[in-house]
Write a protein that binds this ligand. Structure first.
Ligand code: FUL
Length: 474
């Protein structure tokens, strides 16, 4: 039990699994919400929608993938079945699916089209399968667990490699509705068997829901959390309980702001690696509504969310809902392209590559030069117990600097609690340009441009000695 911070042995053992490390390094990936709701103009279908409503006229998953790639997005999660129970693939276990829709005369398979397009385009593919099913008559019985496992098996065996299985916590059953006892352990075992490299997200052990749908983030995001935190029941309690626009706009509440400080960890008996994922939509709704074509978030807002998530130790899961044609809308496509152009341009030249990086202490083996290479093959480390270090990046002459990127070597856990970045002025004094708390997978520090020949990063506190894998200066 943590009554003091002599807990380094536990902490260093708390680090990402191989599948978590894969998703950490993806940084930014997409959601596509698509089902009967797209055609009924709803956010939550009730399961009574006739299959005949589902009829995209120009579905082109390559168009989705091209648009995603223009933003630098490396993966896509498709709502294969949302709460209405309608399956985008021809499931053998239900009639409520594409095979009874007019789409391609019932011969279509949207999951196949999208997973094939992802593979062709070189991005990863993931599945969203809503545990809550408002159509299935088995829902609320033990047989529903069989039904759900059968559907999972179809998705995990017919569509190639799956990088993540996304289990939504949302469940809006009313007091008279049926309650399903989900057999999570059985679902998890099935996924581990059929797709051992896939993460299980949200109601699952590998990726943690950030706690809101608005794109809100914590100033200090920790991946080291107490054991048992974010169990499926707790996720469900905090998730959307009804089709509710206000919920989608609500920010993280005060109680949920701090999940990882020393104070929060006091009294807990174990730690788990639980990286945060921020899921939010490019539009007000998760599904496409023509009435929201003029409410697509601005590129500026989207980039702000990107900085706070990708640059703030969370993952960004951005939803782009296909429209009734089965295409990403032109406005959304333009936003994605603008995001990608900005990001590529801003981070095109890493000034640290031609710099000389030194540290006021190291352990003699893990030298600061390793920080120039963005990989976990080598890292910088001082001696255990050296919890405060200063890294100096002497640039190749005076440069205008606007960003510093820092990555912890998370295979050895998350350690840093606070740091400052300073830039040397012509007269030899230093100006503080940024003060931060956690780093974790990655911190992107953005500040007003400053002309300088030397950037200094001072780690002012760390739980165990800091271990870093990369520094970028732009
Ligand atoms: C929520 C759902 O109720 C929404 O419809 C959407 O799928 C979102 C990602 O999760 O909990």
């Amino acid at each position: 039990m943590y009554t003091n911070f002599e807990y380094d042995k536990t902490l260093v053992k708390c680090h990402p699994s191989a599948r978590q490390l894969m998703v950490e390094q993806m940084e930014f990936y997409a959601f596509a919400h698509f089902t009967v709701n797209t055609f009924t103009d709803k956010e939550w279908g009730d399961g009574t929608e006739p299959e005949s409503v589902f009829n995209p006229t120009e579905l082109d998953a390559d168009q989705w993938v091209d648009a995603l790639k223009s933003a630098g997005i490396g993966g896509l999660i498709l709502t294969c079945k949302h709460h209405d129970g309608f399956c985008l693939w021809p499931s053998a276990y239900t009639e409520h699916c594409v095979k009874n829709s007019p789409y391609k005369d019932g011969k279509g398979d949207v999951v196949k089209e999208v997973s094939d397009a992802c593979r062709r385009g070189g991005i990863r593919f993931g599945v969203y399968l809503s545990p809550w099913d408002r159509n299935c008559r088995l829902y609320g019985t033990e047989e529903y667990n069989d039904y759900f496992c059968n559907q999972l098996t179809e998705l995990l065996t017919q569509y190639g490699d799956i990088f993540t299985v996304w289990f939504d916590g949302a469940c809006g059953e009313g007091p008279n509705g049926k309650r399903q006892v989900y057999d999570w352990d059985r679902y998890y075992a099935l996924i581990r068997r059929l797709q051992p490299d896939a993460c299980i997200a949200i109601c699952g052990p590998d990726v943690r829901w950030c706690g809101n749908e608005a794109g809100d983030t914590r100033p200090s995001e920790w991946s080291v959390l107490p054991t048992g935190f974010a169990d499926p029941d707790e996720v469900a309690k905090n998730s959307q309980q009804s089709d509710d626009t206000a919920f989608r706009e609500k920010k993280i509440d005060a109680m949920q702001r701090d999940l990882g400080s020393r104070e929060f960890l006091f009294g807990n008996t174990g730690l788990n690696w639980r990286p945060a994922e921020t899921d939010t939509s490019i539009r007000p709704g998760w599904f496409y509504h023509a009435g929201e074509d003029d409410k697509v978030r601005s590129t500026e807002t989207l980039l702000d969310i990107w900085y706070r998530t990708v640059g703030g130790n969370s993952k960004l899961l951005l939803n782009i809902p296909p429209d009734r044609r089965g295409l990403f809308h032109e406005v959304d496509v333009q936003r994605l392209r603008e995001m990608g152009e900005y990001i590529r341009h801003t981070f095109a030249v890493n000034l640290a590559e031609k710099a000389v990086i030194t540290a006021d202490r190291d352990d003699g083996y893990h030298l600061p030069d390793a920080l120039k290479v963005n990989s976990y093959d080598a890292y910088y480390k001082p001696f255990d117990g050296d919890n405060q270090v200063t890294l100096t990046i002497a640039l190749d002459g005076v440069q205008n600097v606007t960003h510093v990127v820092i990555k912890e070597h998370i295979p050895m856990s998350q350690r840093v609690e606070s740091f400052v970045i300073e830039a040397r002025n012509a007269d030899g004094t230093y100006t503080e340009v940024y003060a931060g708390t956690t780093i974790g997978y990655q911190k992107i520090a953005k500040f007003d441009g400053i002309a300088t020949d030397e950037v200094r990063i001072r780690i002012t506190d760390s739980r165990v000695c800091p271990v870093l894998s990369f520094i970028g200066v732009y």
